[in-house]
Design a binder for this molecule. Structure first.
Ligand code: BGC
Length: 354
């Protein structure tokens, strides 16, 4: 195992951004940027021994600051959407930035995602990034200190552990917004990937992508991924919820409260045989099929067009601050938020015809 560091460029104010490269003895690499605690690349050998980069992303700081849709970024203090872009805690009212269509707060307007974080290497298999969000940043209460540890094991498990604490009572909901393409980022759309999600229910949304109050069973709908199927099989089916969001872009309900690390699904690239098993301690996961990717050029100048990457953003449910019936993510001042998500990579049998 090794961790090495190289320069990745500079922020407009001159702050240097570093890339940390975690590599195990099998040659698997995970690249993490201090900009937004971003997962930039995962290099993994496919069934024919060819190394693929499994993440959408960019080659420069400037591209991350000007073209990104959160590719690989850490999102917080509250990922996903807060309807009305405002929260109430006790008798206090906090106005947030309405950065989505002037109505929702989405991904905290990038508060955590486009800042320089500090990094240390506590051990030869991990890098720890930290960020202190000042009280009131983006409208959110409290000075919030967050640490994210990315760790790669010898058996190709990438663990992401989050720790957060704030000086005021606040809602905390962190995620990583990796866009995966298990055939490699330059291979086209992800519709041929198979996906399994171990969830019986999901939270349907209104026209602004805010949970509409129902808790819908996946049974008998295109949202049923309890048995693995191709992402593309029913993505354009005539279902009101798919039409509303232009394809899958929904929170799946995994459990009622944070729990021990549990496997929640699996994806596989049809061209590479690269498999990814997903584990998390969190109660929800947003399955987003990259429907809004609009062709911006990413790594190597390759355009990131519609559905060329998919996200499985482990999280508390969207709009939890307005939903007492959802698993709570309100943390008292000084109380620690902790979560872990693991993406474990492997390859299905070698292609006999290769
Ligand atoms: C959202 C999508 C959004 C994407 C990029 C996802 O978490 O659900 O609707 O386009 O993030 O912001």
């Amino acid at each position: 195992m090794s961790v090495t560091r190289e320069s990745f460029g500079f922020m407009p104010d001159g702050t240097e951004i570093y890339k940390y490269i975690l590599e195990n003895d099998a040659g698997t690499q995970v690249h993490v940027l201090t900009l937004g605690a971003t997962l930039q690349s995962i290099l993994f050998a496919d069934k024919n021994g060819e190394t693929k980069d499994l993440l959408l992303g960019f080659d420069t700081v400037e591209d991350y600051l000007t073209k990104s849709n959160y590719q690989g970024a850490t999102v917080g203090p509250y990922c996903n959407r807060i309807g009305g872009a405002a929260i109430d805690i006790g008798d206090k009212h906090y106005e947030l930035v309405a950065n989505e269509k002037g109505v929702n707060n989405l991904h905290s307007n990038g508060e955590f995602s486009y800042r320089p974080w500090k990094a240390i290497v506590p051990d030869a298999d991990r890098v720890e990034l930290s960020y202190v969000s000042p009280d009131g940043e983006g409208g959110f209460p409290g000075e919030t200190t967050v640490k994210v540890v990315f760790r790669l094991s010898q058996d190709n498990r990438l663990s992401i552990r989050y720790h957060g604490v704030s000086t005021r009572d606040t809602f905390l909901n962190f995620t990583n917004h990796a866009y995966f393409n298990l055939n490699g980022y330059a291979s086209g759309d992800i519709l041929g990937h198979t996906l399994r999600i171990d969830a019986d229910r999901f939270t349907p949304v209104d026209a602004h992508s805010i949970p509409n109050g129902e808790n819908m069973a996946v049974e008998g709908t295109p949202f049923d991924f309890r048995t693995a199927k191709k992402i593309g099989l029913e993505i354009d089916a005539d279902h009101e919820q798919l039409k509303m969001t232009g394809g899958y872009d929904h929170n799946y309900c995994l459990c009622d409260a944070p729990r021990a690390l549990t496997e929640i699904g699996e994806a596989e690239g049809d061209l590479t045989g690269i498999k990814m098993n997903i584990y998390t301690t969190l109660p929800g996961v947003q399955f987003y099929a990259g429907n809004f990717l609009s062709g911006k050029e990413g790594k190597g100048g390759v355009p990131m067009t519609k559905r060329t990457g998919f996200c499985l953003e482990t999280q508390f449910y969207p709009d939890t601050p307005h939903r007492p019936d959802f698993p709570s993510c309100l943390y008292k001042a000084g109380d620690a938020y902790e979560s872990e998500t693991v993406y474990a990579f492997s390859v299905s049998a070698k292609d006999e015809n290769a």
